[in-house]
Design a protein around this ligand. Structure first.
Ligand SMILES: [Cu+2]
Length: 342
């Protein structure tokens, strides 16, 4: 009776784990939509199977030894003989882990150097260059060839290699489109590169995977892969309808804030390429202390379930709070001045 109950409990727990894993039939990482992501997925699957085999061998041997040398009534008084150790065995169990690490390292290095270049089979095509600038908390995409810029979404032609030249205008972030490529860091004053190809038209989610403050959770973007004709049509649409990006507007975009999608004619690359210095001029440290609170009031207004009066009082509170902190800062400054006078 007790055994049946135990079996029932174990089955219930297993079923619960299975059903609680969610409704999606595939995990994004195991459902690659391009050659770069496919390479990485194959490496992940190889590593999992390889390590699983080692785990199985270890556990089977462990179980076998425990069972074979268990205490039995016939060997109750058994005393093991004194052993001095065996050089041959010690070399063996030193070498096995070394070989395992080497066997895991070789395919990893090959794959990682492969994805650093235009994917195989696409080398005859000129890659489309897109500059990626991450800022707190948005993604800016510049198309130097087309002379257009987008925020929080990037349109790419499918079946053509894309070369992302990535940098950051602020803190370090990490660029990741799990369906299409692995993740790579973006850093101020330097450039990292990432190639990818989308097999066919489709929409994919990309996001920042490096925690960088309050707006981190919202720092995602959409990658829209289109046919070459659709992409060219979109470019000419932007050229005909979008506003020209001004330097003032660009500075405003860079302040720490959560903004939606934007589309511009011309790119910020004409004044600044954060990959080669100059980010400091565009970053105001004070923005990091106040700007998001102002922005939150705007977000509340959009929510239909928040009444206007609530939002107003929230904003008033935020304003008085930031005024207070400004006053405190002014006081601090005057105190310092006083000390300097001595
Ligand atoms: Cu760096």
């Amino acid at each position: 009776m007790k055994r049946i109950r135990t079996i029932f409990y174990i089955t219930a727990i297993l079923l619960a784990t299975l059903t609680l894993t969610g409704c999606e039939s595939t995990l994004t990482v195991f459902d690659p939509q391009g050659p770069v992501a496919r390479n990485l997925t194959e490496l992940i699957i190889f590593s999992i199977i390889f390590m699983l085999l080692i785990v199985i061998v270890v556990f089977v041997l462990f179980g076998f030894i425990v069972w074979k040398y268990r205490a039995k009534p016939e060997n109750e008084d058994y005393e093991p003989p004194h052993e001095e150790g065996s050089t041959a065995l010690e070399i063996t169990w030193f070498l096995i882990p070394v070989l395992i690490v080497v066997a895991l390292t070789i395919p990893t290095i090959i794959t990682i150097s492969d994805v650093e270049d235009i994917p195989e089979g696409y080398d005859d095509q000129e890659p489309l260059v897109i500059h990626v600038t991450s800022a707190d908390w948005k993604w800016i995409f510049s198309y130097p060839e087309q002379d257009i810029e987008t925020v929080n979404y990037v349109n790419i032609p499918a079946d053509r290699p894309i070369q992302f030249k990535m940098t950051s205008a602020g803190t370090m972030q990490s660029f990741w489109v799990p369906s299409l490529a692995g993740q790579k860091y973006t850093m101020a004053n330097m450039q990292t590169q990432l190639y990818l190809v989308a097999d066919r038209p489709g929409e994919y989610i990309g996001r920042n995977t490096n925690f960088n403050g309050e707006g981190y959770a919202h720092m995602s973007f959409e990658v829209v892969a289109e046919s070459a004709e659709d992409f060219n049509e979109w470019v000419s649409d932007v050229k005909n309808t979008a506003n020209v990006l001004t330097e003032d507007e660009y500075r405003e975009i860079l302040t720490p804030s959560i903004i939606g999608r934007k589309t511009y004619n011309e790119t910020h690359l004409q004044w600044i390429d954060h990959a080669h210095g100059g980010s400091e001029e565009y970053i105001n440290p004070e923005d990091y202390e106040t700007h998001l609170y102002e922005q939150e009031g705007e977000i509340d207004e959009e929510d239909s379930d928040v009444s206007i009066t609530d939002t107003e009082t929230d904003e008033e509170q935020d304003e008085s709070e930031s005024e207070q902190s400004n006053e405190e800062m002014d006081m601090d400054e005057s105190e310092h001045e006083g000390h300097d006078g001595h």
